[in-house]
Write a protein that binds this ligand. Structure first.
Ligand SMILES: *Cc1c(COP(=O)(O)O)cnc(C)c1O
Length: 367
């Protein structure tokens, strides 16, 4: 069994993908070509926002969003300590200081009730992460943003297609960041990312940041970098996008079946009443996680832990002396010890799901 089987998806759309790659090579249009422009149009419309800019990675989407809104040294940005490292890393890369607020233990997303207590005159932005494909609770976050005049950058790397009160993620905050890392719900065959926003000036700024601060070739207005989405990846993503809603539906069906098989034995994912998640991960919570994971691996069932160490305790941030210690974010620290993600990808068979569930139930009986 695989944790995620990218080959199964490729086999199901091989013709379209091979054609898209072949056509791009035939045209030899590799950098910022038609495919990138078309994909930007399609993704901005898919996400119900005005503009999109294709980038090298989801990490650069976060970094350029911060830079485009002028966030730099002396500023503070509030985010969750329970995320992939890029969320906080990019805050440091733009020169600002990451300030954490603990999670809601039910959703694993930032707890809006804990944000206001850490706002200072230096706070410029909030980065909610839609972890595992479930939107963070955006309404109270947007209320805080309005009251304190902040920028909201949605880290939607795991959540393309997810809905919050019938709105697509990336269209709720000021800007949304997507990752096309191969294992994400819309995955490229390499690295890729995108920002989505309704702010034309910000989109234009990011389209220059990704290309050495340049609008006109060999004229450079400000510092940028080389971070364009490859045309060949854009062609692949364009071929995949029409399938995304169906794949997300398949993920929801799989999650539903896992729920049915497991709800009596483990804490299954809690879903806010007014959201539609996209299950980038299906993550359960158990007390004896390490034992369960070892037992499952003995039986050839792959699992993963997202994430085993909260960001405030990571050596990289400890070494920056941000002032955080063990115990500061008890919900994130507890989640880091109890979460485990099960095999999840649209093509996962019902038979395999039953095997996973059976082994989980067996292992739990042993302890
Ligand atoms: C994957 C991911 C990123 C980074 O995306 P890359 O494309 O790998 O740079 C950022 N934040 C979260 C929550 C992610 O899962």
């Amino acid at each position: 069994m695989e944790f995620i089987d990218l080959q199964a998806q490729y086999r199901s759309i091989k013709k379209e993908i091979d054609q898209a790659i072949g056509d791009t090579i035939e045209s030899s249009d590799f950098i910022l070509g038609e495919q990138v422009k078309n994909l930007e149009k399609e993704i901005s419309s898919y996400c119900e926002a005005g503009y999109a800019v294709g980038l090298n990675s989801g990490s650069d989407a976060l970094l350029f969003s911060l830079q485009a809104y002028g966030i730099s040294s002396g500023d503070e940005v509030i985010t969750t300590p329970f995320s992939f490292v890029a969320t906080a890393e990019t805050i440091v890369l733009c020169g600002a200081k990451p300030v954490f607020a603990d999670i809601d233990p039910k959703t694993f997303n930032i707890d809006p009730a804990k944000i206001e207590a850490v706002i200072t005159p230096k706070t410029k932005a909030i980065i909610p992460v839609h972890l595992y494909g479930q939107p963070a609770d955006m309404d109270p976050i947007m209320d805080i943003e309005k009251k304190h005049n902040l920028v909201v950058i949605e880290d939607a790397a795991q959540a393309i297609g997810a809905l919050y009160r019938d709105k697509k993620v990336c269209s709720i905050g000021h800007i949304g960041c997507l990752s096309f890392y191969p294992a994400k719900n819309l995955g490229a065959y390499g690295d890729g990312g995108m920002v989505v926003t309704n702010d034309q000036a910000i989109a234009e700024k990011i389209s220059m940041l990704r290309n050495h601060g340049s609008k006109k070739k060999y004229y450079h207005e400000f510092m940028g970098d080389s971070s364009r989405l490859d045309n060949i990846q854009a062609a692949i993503l364009k071929a995949k996008l029409p399938h995304l809603d169906q794949w997300n539906d398949m993920r929801r069906k799989i999650a539903h079946q896992y729920n049915t098989l497991l709800s009596k034995y483990v804490a299954i994912p809690f879903v806010l009443p007014h959201v539609t998640p996209v299950y980038q991960q299906y993550t359960i919570r158990v007390k004896n996680r390490d034992f369960l994971q070892t037992e499952l691996h003995k039986n050839n069932i792959p699992t993963a832990v997202h994430y085993p160490l909260p960001l405030h305790l990571q050596p990289v941030f400890q070494n920056m002396k941000l002032g955080y210690q063990p115990g500061d974010f008890p919900e994130s620290e507890k989640a880091a010890q109890e979460v485990v993600s099960l095999p999840m990808y649209p093509e996962l068979s019902s038979t395999d799901q039953k095997i996973v569930a059976k082994e989980i139930i067996n292992s739990l009986k042993q302890k």
